[in-house]
Design a protein around this ligand. Structure first.
Ligand SMILES: Cc1ncc(COP(=O)(O)O)c(C=O)c1O
Ligand SMILES: [Zn+2]
Length: 387
């Protein structure tokens, strides 16, 4: 019997996430120009057997049938994914939740969950013959793209705020990418990326403006399900910037339902966590609109400082469909969260991961999460990169 990774990808086409218009998966695509919205990869008529996963490697390419790369020789892998799922027993007891799990993405190659999206996106770029990629980034996505481009032999340009961590700037250069620093936030970097891409023909890897980082990120959802024995938690708390992980996990749950990998039809309530210094999605959830005079400011959780996310509509759809919510946390909540988890559970979270933990505490306080519920928080990066 064929194993899942030997199975040719089941990807069949792309659709506009808003109106469903079909786009060709065998050509280079960016976003759906019909509605100015992200494109979603579709997998028609395949039913990979989850029983075959036992024969698969312990990285995200174990789900290759549900990934968009057709030729296995195009896979650019640094063995990303299949990260630990810790049960935080002491923290579960302290905050009276049934079981609190922490998906620790800090141990991925280049120290963040960005490795997932960029492994798949750069593999697909190779498959489509792209020779130069450019990305606007708060930092981690730039580090990851540089590493995968180095392995793929693709030229890389990374545009990052000056305020990003020194270590990440050095990392990008160590991988041989060109680093451009901008006085501003990620949306300012995005404008410069558009300009350079138009001038040089470099392919723009901006969050949700190309279809395949989402496919890599969705493997977070597959893993959470597999590691919890195909029984999803009641709540997933995700520190959100551009929203790839949030939208990706929700897509994964729908796909797994379709291919009958889940033990129950009950899906988690999805939670977006952002910081006081930049919380456009929480404003949308709570007030139905953004405060137009809103000015972002620096946060230690710099991956969450995305003032104008392209996939805003898709994120709101996830919150609505899952009956989820949004929470804002302060810089102080984040710092306290890092210390609390370090001292009780022996784990150092990235500021973004600590923001998710701080969000959990607020939701328990409000009784939005109840004592019999199982919760998963995502630690999206490594503490060691923020210096
Ligand atoms: C550590 C970390 N957490 C969370 C995020 C936000 O991720 P997303 O853009 O998928 O919402 C980022 C993005 O830069 C990040 O680097
Ligand atoms: Zn459309």
């Amino acid at each position: 019997m064929k194993t899942v990774s030997e199975t040719i990808s089941g990807a069949s086409h792309l659709t506009c996430s808003n109106c469903g218009k079909i786009y060709n998966i065998h050509q280079q695509q960016t976003y759906a120009s019909c509605c100015n919205q992200p494109l979603f990869t579709q997998y028609n008529g395949i039913h990979p057997a989850k029983e075959n996963l036992v024969n698969q490697p312990n990285h995200l390419w174990r789900y290759a049938a549900m990934l968009p790369v057709f030729d296995a020789t195009n896979r650019i892998s640094l063995e990303e994914g299949f990260t630990p799922m810790h049960t935080l027993h002491k923290i579960s007891a302290k905050y009276a939740v049934n079981r609190l799990c922490l998906k620790d993405e800090g141990v991925n190659p280049t120290g963040s969950f960005k490795a997932r999206g960029l492994s798949v996106a750069i593999s697909k770029a190779k498959e489509l013959g792209i020779e130069h990629c450019i990305i606007p980034t708060a930092g981690n996505a730039g580090g990851a793209m540089s590493a995968y481009c180095a392995k793929a032999g693709i030229q890389a340009t990374v545009v990052m705020p000056k305020s990003s961590a020194m270590l990440i700037k050095e990392e990008v250069q160590m991988f041989g990418a060109k680093l451009i620093e901008v006085n501003g936030f990620i949306h300012d970097c995005g404008k410069l990326v558009q300009q350079i891409a138009a001038e040089t023909g470099a392919f723009d890897m901006s969050t949700m403006k190309e279809p395949y980082r989402l496919e890599g990120k969705k493997t977070l959802g597959y893993e959470i399900a597999e590691q919890l024995n195909w029984q999803l938690p009641d709540v997933i708390i995700y520190p959100t910037g551009g929203g790839t992980g949030l939208i990706g996990m929700w897509k994964a749950f729908a796909e797994m339902q379709q291919i009958q990998w889940l033990n129950s039809s009950k899906k988690p309530r999805m939670v977006i966590v952002q910081t006081e210094n930049c919380n456009p999605m929480i404003q949308m959830i709570e007030k139905g609109k953004k405060n137009e005079s809103f000015q972002p400011s620096y946060s230690i959780a710099n991956g969450l400082v995305v003032p104008t996310p392209f996939a805003e509509k898709s994120m709101l759809r996830v919150i609505h469909e899952s009956k989820g919510t949004g929470v804002t946390v302060s810089e102080n909540d984040i710092q306290q969260g890092i210390r609390e988890i370090a001292r009780t559970e022996g784990l150092l979270l990235s500021p973004e991961g600590a923001a998710a933990f701080a969000g959990l505490k607020k939701l328990v306080e409000k009784n939005w999460i109840e004592s019999q519920e199982n919760v998963c928080i995502v630690n999206t990066g490594s503490w060691y990169k923020y210096h």
